[in-house]
Design a protein around this ligand. Structure first.
Ligand code: WT7
Length: 647
């Protein structure tokens, strides 16, 4: 590392930011030394019906495994995101909606208007029989009603489970069934990049395999033709016209569930990550304010989809808890052309932009002119999330997009963590392209080697664990508390294991190196290799499949599938396309394999375990250094795999 690779805190940021270097050191120190008083004090930023007197109560030990925060506190998330801002900021814009079509009109909702919309939506849910604790599945495009739906659930204490609109009917059905959700909120269609997404048709197909489902509330978004099933399907606008805009918030215990969000793990079955009320909201609000140095009045844009945790925490809950102005964009960053994202910044005078490295790499490839023809003068701070950002994309973001004036916060976190865990703070930390820099308040990261030995001292490299609980931590896996413990706390006893590899440099700054488990990161989206394998082996011509990630210029990682066909089946390009389509239909477009290699045999140990290390090397094109293959049952298969590599 040379000095040129270090970007010191700009003087104005060091002077004016909420948290400067000294404040960070002092607050971080106190958050670890005296977490009880630190977090009870921080909890004052929320509006409590009953203020908590207990902060964290937790143990990661198997004998006494439990995690709770503020468990004697009572509050309502929607009241914190809406009602409490009404007295002073009723006319502040809470939500700006930018439509897919640049010629269409944006929509704006003040806090007063958003409050009314959410109350109405909540009353529709109540009228359909939804009660506190019920699960409501949300399968929506990026329209304001998606935000209303989430906050409406929170208002009445229902547990939302958002399923990304790009997921297939089967994936949707599986998630509805897993959490036994009887109500689905969807829309006729979505819009993305000028195309329509057939959400209602997908929901209908899902319903055939989701016996729990009883009601579908359908928002009219495009006016497209859809079939409505009498007795089951309700138009939202009709139901909303029949209810009042007055709905008192349900008092919730801080540990009552707020939402479930399914995410991929190393087995074929997605995990229902459960977040609760008080700790989660505090974590979103505090991290949003501190990492982005957010000031009310600033227009803030998180360009994620509400179907992912980033959308939950940083489009909806964090910014609204802070009384902010959050922008929600319906479309794609590069449609109609590669200028769109910057045009949206100009149109709405965005000051803080939070996006993913994969989007930056795709835009960077189109050339600087698309950026330079826009002003971007409003931008003050840039954020990155979802995957490690390569230094080249970081510098482009910093130099070309931000014209050298905007700090970049590279925020490492996960669906499981609720919000930011390791991130620079713009007024406190010098930046290094590709480093997530330092832990947030209360976060005690530890780097552990394969034998479970904690690496003290710098530099260090190994598996990233967290030694202490934090308020935004997930509390369980829906319906499988044992799997929750086994997945995250059994590998390194006493620690939460993130599944990521990590390096700490000589200065003590953290660099995330990517997943060390069978999870891959495709365009910032998490994909379990086992899920893709399960989809492939469902095809009648497929005998066996093994899936690994490989480096991909735009996506970060691409999906490489090795497929063994049934005896007598002809392997050709047609079948390759058929299988790619098949996975797309089974899971959704994000799971489409980038490469499919037909393999007469897979490299297995004598006990039948597939040696993925070898498959990864071949997919990467690193075939000269396959390591020890002598433990394979049939070392001969490797030769065939190398000879028939796709790429
Ligand atoms: C995985 C979590 C965080 C919300 C969006 C994705 C990777 C995420 C970074 C970052 C390096 C990152 C990790 C993590 N990741 N942010 N700034 N630098 N890696 O949430 O789907 O739960 O995925 O994304 O591998 O484990 P997710």
């Amino acid at each position: 590392m040379t000095d040129a690779d270090i970007y010191p805190v700009p003087t104005n940021w060091a002077k004016d930011a909420r948290v400067d270097a000294e404040t960070y050191a002092q607050m971080y120190g106190r958050s670890l030394a005296d977490p009880g008083s630190f977090w009870l004090e921080q909890a004052k930023r929320l509006d409590w019906i009953k203020r908590p007197e207990i902060a964290g109560d937790w143990s990661f030990d198997e004998q006494d495994f439990h995690i709770s925060w503020f468990r004697d506190g009572v509050l309502n998330v929607a009241a914190n995101c809406l009602d409490r801002h009404l007295e002073k900021n009723a006319d502040t814009v809470a939500l700006i909606w930018e439509p897919d079509d640049p010629a269409a009109e944006p929509r704006r909702f003040t806090y007063a208007q958003l409050h009314a919309e959410v109350c109405r939506f909540a009353n529709v849910l109540k009228a359909e029989g939804v009660r506190k604790g019920d699960r409501v599945t949300v399968y929506m495009p990026m329209i304001p009603e998606a935000t209303f739906a989430l906050l409406a659930c929170a208002r009445i204490g229902a547990i939302h489970s958002v399923v990304f609109g790009g997921f297939s009917p089967d994936a949707l059905a599986g998630r509805i069934t897993d959490c036994d959700s009887s109500v689905l909120i969807t829309a006729d269609e979505g819009r993305r990049g000028g195309k329509r997404v057939a959400l209602k048709a997908n929901a209908d197909a899902a319903a055939d395999h989701a016996p729990a489902l009883q009601k579908m509330i359908v928002v009219k978004a495009t006016g497209g033709d859809v079939a409505m099933q009498p007795g089951r399907d309700i138009w939202y606008h009709e139901a909303a016209a029949a209810v009042s805009a007055d709905c008192p918030p349900e008092p919730m215990n801080a540990e009552d569930p707020l939402f479930i969000l399914y995410t991929s793990g190393s087995t074929g079955k997605p995990k229902g990550v459960l977040h609760t009320t008080g700790g989660y909201l505090l974590w979103c609000a505090l991290t949003h304010e501190v990492a982005f140095d957010y000031r009310p009045g600033q227009v803030y844009w998180c360009a994620a989809d509400i179907g992912w945790v980033t959308g939950h925490s940083y489009i909806v809950y964090g910014p609204l808890a802070n009384g902010g102005t959050t922008l929600m964009y319906e479309g794609l960053p590069n449609w109609p052309d590669a200028s769109r994202i910057w045009q949206v910044c100009d149109r709405h005078q965005v000051e803080i932009l939070y996006t993913a490295p994969t989007a930056l790499r795709a835009l960077m490839r189109e050339g600087d002119e698309f950026v330079q023809k826009t002003s971007r003068k409003s931008l003050k701070l840039l954020g990155s999330v979802g995957e490690p950002i390569n230094p080249e994309a970081w510098r482009w973001y910093h130099d070309v997009v931000g014209e050298g004036r905007c700090p970049i916060v590279d925020t490492w976190w996960q669906t499981e963590t609720g919000g930011h865990m390791i991130t620079p703070l713009p007024g406190a930390h010098a930046l290094k392209p590709g480093s997530a820099i330092r832990p947030f308040f209360g976060i005690d990261p530890q780097i552990v080697d394969a034998d479970g030995i904690v690496q003290t001292g710098n530099p260090a490299e190994g598996n990233l664990c967290i030694a202490k609980s934090w308020p935004g931590q997930m509390r369980t896996m829906w319906g499988d508390h044992e799997r929750f413990f086994q997945t995250y706390f059994a590998t390194y006893p006493g620690y939460y294991f993130s599944g990521d590899g990590c390096r700490r440099d000589t200065d003590g700054d953290y660099w995330i190196t990517g997943r060390v488990d069978d999870v891959i990161n495709v365009s910032g989206h998490r994909m379990g290799t086992a899920e893709v394998e399960s989809a492939l082996v469902l095809h009648p011509l497929v005998a066996e499949a093994a899936v690994v990630g490989f480096p991909h210029d735009i996506k970060g990682q691409g999906i490489y599938a090795y497929v063994t066909l049934n005896v007598g089946v002809t392997a050709d390009d047609d079948l390759r396309r058929t299988l790619a389509q098949w996975v797309r239909k089974e899971i959704g477009p994000i799971a489409t394999p980038d490469a499919i290699q037909f393999a007469p045999g897979l490299p297995k140990t004598r006990s039948g375990k597939i040696m993925r290390r070898i498959l990864r090397k071949i997919a990467e094109g690193d075939t000269t250094n396959l390591g020890d293959i002598s433990t394979l049952a049939d070392p001969g298969v490797v030769e065939d795999l190398v000879a028939n590599r796709v790429g």
